[in-house]
Design a protein around this ligand. Structure first.
Ligand code: GLN
Length: 496
């Protein structure tokens, strides 16, 4: 059966519209939650965007909102989703891994709690690559999530469930986490907005750690004002995360275009490996800013090509350390009938982790081993510094760019299985996203157009990168593109 996606639930075209409809009593929070639960019922069996749905508690919360409990709050009554790596006292925080399949968190992540405190209603948690390692959501231990634009294709990853849920309108917005591109890459492949805030902008307390110097939580949304609102709710200092930055982030006006805008175009991102449609979407975005009066300047990011190797040393090294806690004793799946303690560790980890996670742990352990620490890990840290320097040169020294504009990914969504036997090909999907994590700056993927493949439209993403803590400017610049192109208005046909 082929169904045209019928716009957003309840005819609202954005989270803010829905929020306002609830606030003014045009729609009740219970109706909003029911409308989304109906859509989840209809589409999720096939798409598998949600791994767990909390229908009863969502309806109970909605009744409280309708009784006036969250009146005046920023997200009162708005149904949202969280990624499976975010702790909450509801359900299981499984990180889409067998290892944590039965893990019930005794606490709730700060970012999730902030959504709840703002009146949002958590509908459930979304599928992901196990421990956020992957670019296709094929590494989930619970099954794969389908791309709502073409169900033969991956939604991207690792936050593929959140991206697909927002694209298919199974929630008004969602949270994801981005260590090397896991918000921006699936956002690009699913035709929605994905924002990776500055490292430290959003608390990581209660986010199951993958690579602690890179991980950041951020929103998926369908419009830039929605993304800005979600960010202003979840951002801010948290004494429970020692790396969270001081100061809160108040709601800000994204409608003001940036004057005297300077957009940097990195020469190193022009590659034969880019799909022609990706280059075309990039060129179109450049023209959009040119038409808006921006000055377009060529910038050099000469260490770009080292991003993937540096990332796969730093991220795996940190992962091997972070994942040491899953031994069947402290945390995680516990094997039955072990011969002794070592056997218990061995069996528990062998049974609990999937192949990609094992590969990362082995790579990281190797990079940190005494004979290789300097050659790999220390060296990678030095090159990481050079990558950060490249961005600083483009933003501050001489070139003075407000933002860098580039593709989000080298190509559109790919088919299931296409890259599963070739980890390097999978890793290269993040070639344009990892450097922002290594440098710790703020970046966003926006819907940038479409390409038709096999008779079906697939979305393309363009990426904007700003200096650290410049999210307000980043979103204003992104809003200029959104207004000029209208690409965020497109909805996928749902073949289910
Ligand atoms: N795809 C990258 C990886 O596999 C990034 C993942 C992420 O950002 N969590 O590590």
């Amino acid at each position: 059966m082929r169904l045209e996606c019928d716009g957003m639930a309840l005819g609202c075209n954005s989270l803010i519209e829905l929020r306002d409809a609830i606030a003014t009593g045009k729609v009740s929070a219970v109706d909003a939650v029911r409308a989304y639960l109906d859509r989840i019922e209809r589409y999720n069996k096939k798409l598998f965007a949600f791994r767990e749905v909390y229908a009863d508690s969502a309806l109970a919360r909605a009744r409280q909102v309708d009784a006036g409990e969250s009146r005046g709050r920023a997200l009162a009554g708005v149904p949202v989703a969280i990624k499976d790596c975010m702790c909450s006292t509801e359900g299981t925080t499984a990180c889409s891994s067998r290892m944590l399949a039965n893990y019930r968190s005794p606490f709730t992540a700060t970012a999730v709690q902030k959504l709840i405190d703002a009146g949002a209603i958590v509908l459930g948690r979304t599928n992901m690559d196990e421990f956020a390692m992957g670019s296709s959501t094929e590494h989930s231990a619970f099954g794969r999530t389908l791309n709502p634009w073409n169900t033969d294709c991956v939604p991207g990853g690792s936050s593929g469930g959140s991206a697909a849920a927002v694209a298919a309108d199974l929630c008004a917005a969602a949270l994801g986490s981005d260590t090397g591109g896991s918000i921006r890459q699936p956002a690009a492949l699913c035709g929605v907005i994905g924002l990776k805030p500055t490292y430290g902008r959003v608390s990581r307390y209660g986010l199951v750690a993958f690579a602690s110097s890179l991980d950041q939580i951020g929103p998926f949304a369908r419009t830039i004002p929605d993304a800005a609102l979600m960010l202003s709710v979840i951002a801010g200092h948290d004494p429970l995360d020692s790396t969270s930055a001081p100061g809160n982030m108040d709601a800000f006006d994204v409608e003001q275009p940036v004057q005297n805008l300077r957009i940097g175009i990195p020469a190193q991102y022009r590659s034969d490996a880019n799909h022609p449609a990706v280059s075309a979407a990039w060129d179109e975005a450049i023209a959009v800013y040119q038409d808006a009066g921006a000055k377009i300047v060529e910038v050099e990011l000469p260490h770009t090509e080292y991003g993937i190797p540096v990332y796969y040393i730093v991220a795996t090294a940190e992962a091997s350390s972070n994942l040491a806690r899953y031994d069947g004793v402290h945390y995680g799946h516990r094997a039955q009938n072990p011969a002794d303690l070592i056997d218990l560790y061995c069996k528990s980890r062998s049974e609990g982790f999937g192949d990609e996670v094992k590969r990362r742990i082995m790579l990281g352990t190797y990079a940190l081993s005494s004979g290789y620490y300097d050659a790999y890990y220390n060296r990678a840290l030095k090159v990481r510094r050079l990558i950060k320097q490249d961005f600083d040169n483009a933003f501050f020294q001489g070139r003075g760019c407000d933002a860098i504009l580039c593709p989000s990914t080298p190509g559109p969504a790919f088919k299931f299985g296409e890259k599963m036997d070739d980890p390097l090909a999978m890793y290269l999907n993040d070639v344009y996203t990892v450097n922002s994590n290594l440098a710790g700056n703020a970046s966003i993927s926006l819907p940038g157009g479409f390409v038709e493949i096999d008779g079906k439209r697939l979305p393309l993403g363009v990426q904007l990168i700003c200096p650290a803590f410049e999210e307000a400017k980043l979103l204003r610049i992104a809003r200029m593109h959104e207004k000029a192109t209208g690409y965020t208005q497109h909805r996928p046909p749902l073949d289910v």
